[in-house]
Ligand binder design. Structure first.
Ligand SMILES: *[C@@H]1O[C@H](CO)[C@@H](O)[C@H](O)[C@H]1NC(C)=O
Ligand SMILES: *[C@@H]1O[C@H](CO)[C@@H](O)[C@H](O)[C@H]1NC(C)=O
Ligand SMILES: *[C@@H]1O[C@H](CO)[C@@H](O)[C@H](O)[C@H]1NC(C)=O
Length: 368
């Protein structure tokens, strides 16, 4: 055992001694979705399978990347140097990037594979890594999404922060001076609340931070309301708006669809859904065209396709935020969320939030 570790560490030192450098800049990002540039130099015998791994938190094991990109996606890779631009979302902890050498001779029948049976990249030859890259405010209120309650004059908003800070929603009919204030309840869940791997293992699990739930009330029907979430401690989101429910309207505008998934700018353990970008783009256009008419979205299952890799839920909620922070976004359970039919809602508080929201009622409205 000792000999093995000695050997391993001398291999790493040797690789670093080749002087490959990897740099990321900027080291601090302002807002979720900002780009970083990764720049590498001096790879002496580049391979088209050399790759950069994306890690968050930075102390993750080498094979617990959240995703990876082949350096050969950069046109200059054969020179052993190049750069890649990459948007990062605020995952409530810093990131680190590591490059590894990998070539075709290392792929054998026993190489681990992803869900599509493509070989997963080898972490045997670490060449270089960056310092940590972080966000200015890891508590920046994120993943805003709206939902109806069973009262016509209410609107629920949910958002996420890293820490268990008190959260609020401020709202009103005028963008200047949001007069209504409601304190949010906050919740979280643990690795042991997950029913199976990979979600309950250190590979698929990520700390979800705190989920804040606040209900705006006393809303006049069919009016555009402005709102903002957060607190002086966590910082505040930008001001968003929605059109309240109008019980007297003679039309209901609803966007109903099943399936979608999420798109991430890297490869990972699962296939992700590039097409979801277009779905969001067209829905956004349609909602903008509706102007001040109230509408809602019903996503009737097969929601994120995260399938146990939690950062894909973060990617999904970030991706839908431009819609879900403007119009109520309702979901129900599809087969990709229903792999454990006998399992109760976990954690228990989720049944209160989501328990009446799924299944038959929404499917009924699709087929009605
Ligand atoms: C962050 O914001 C500051 C000013 O608010 C700006 O000067 C800086 O360029 C921004 N950084 C990034 C990475 O966007
Ligand atoms: C990130 O870079 C891409 C092009 O590489 C650009 O289209 C996009 O607008 C940038 N995103 C931000 C938030 O600056
Ligand atoms: C994950 O869930 C499975 C199925 O319930 C269980 O057998 C396993 O022990 C769990 N693993 C961890 C690390 O909790």
């Amino acid at each position: 055992m000792d000999a093995f570790f000695l050997l391993l560490s001398s291999v790493l030192i040797m690789d670093f001694a080749y002087g490959v450098t990897l740099d990321a800049f900027p080291k601090t990002l302002n807002i979720s979705g900002d780009n970083i540039t990764l720049e590498w130099r001096d790879i002496s015998s580049p391979s088209d399978l050399d790759w950069v791994g994306i890690y968050s938190p930075p102390n993750s094991e080498n094979d617990h990347f959240i995703g990876y990109i082949f350096l050969s996606s950069c046109p200059t890779w054969k020179k052993g140097s190049g750069s890649i631009n990459l948007p990062l979302i605020n995952l409530r902890s810093p990131y680190e990037f590591r490059i590894f050498h990998w070539d075709h001779t290392q792929i054998t029948n026993s190489t681990p594979v992803d869900s599509d049976h493509n070989p997963l990249p080898s972490t045997a030859n670490l060449l270089a890594k960056t310092q940590a890259v972080t966000f200015q405010n890891l508590n920046d209120p994120a993943q805003l999404h709206l939902a109806f309650t069973s009262h016509e004059d209410e609107m629920r908003v949910i958002f996420v922060t890293k820490d268990d800070l008190k959260g609020y929603v401020k709202y009103g009919l005028e963008e200047e001076g949001l007069k209504g204030v409601v304190e949010a309840e906050s919740f979280t869940y643990k690795q042991s609340d997950m029913c199976d791997g990979p979600a309950n293992t250190s590979l698929g699990w990520r700390d979800p931070g705190y989920i804040h739930d606040a209900v705006m009330h006393g809303l006049e029907p069919g009016k555009r309301y402005f709102y903002q979430v957060g607190s002086d401690q966590s910082g505040w989101s930008s001001i968003r708006s929605f059109v309240s429910r109008d019980k007297d309207s003679d039309e209901t505008i609803a966007f109903l669809f099943g399936d979608m998934g999420t798109s991430v700018p890297y490869r990972t353990f699962l296939w992700t859904q590039e097409e979801s970008k277009l779905t969001i783009k067209w829905l956004k256009r349609d909602i903008e065209e509706l102007g001040d008419k109230p509408s809602f979205i019903s996503h009737i299952g097969d929601i994120s396709y995260a399938r146990g890799y939690e950062w894909l839920w973060d990617a999904f909620f970030t991706q839908i935020e431009p819609l879900a922070s403007k119009v109520p976004y309702h979901v129900c359970i599809g087969n990709h969320e229903y792999d454990w039919p006998l399992q109760p809602w976990k954690p228990e508080w989720a049944s209160r939030l989501y328990g009446t929201d799924g299944g038959v009622a929404n499917v009924g409205c699709l087929t009605a």
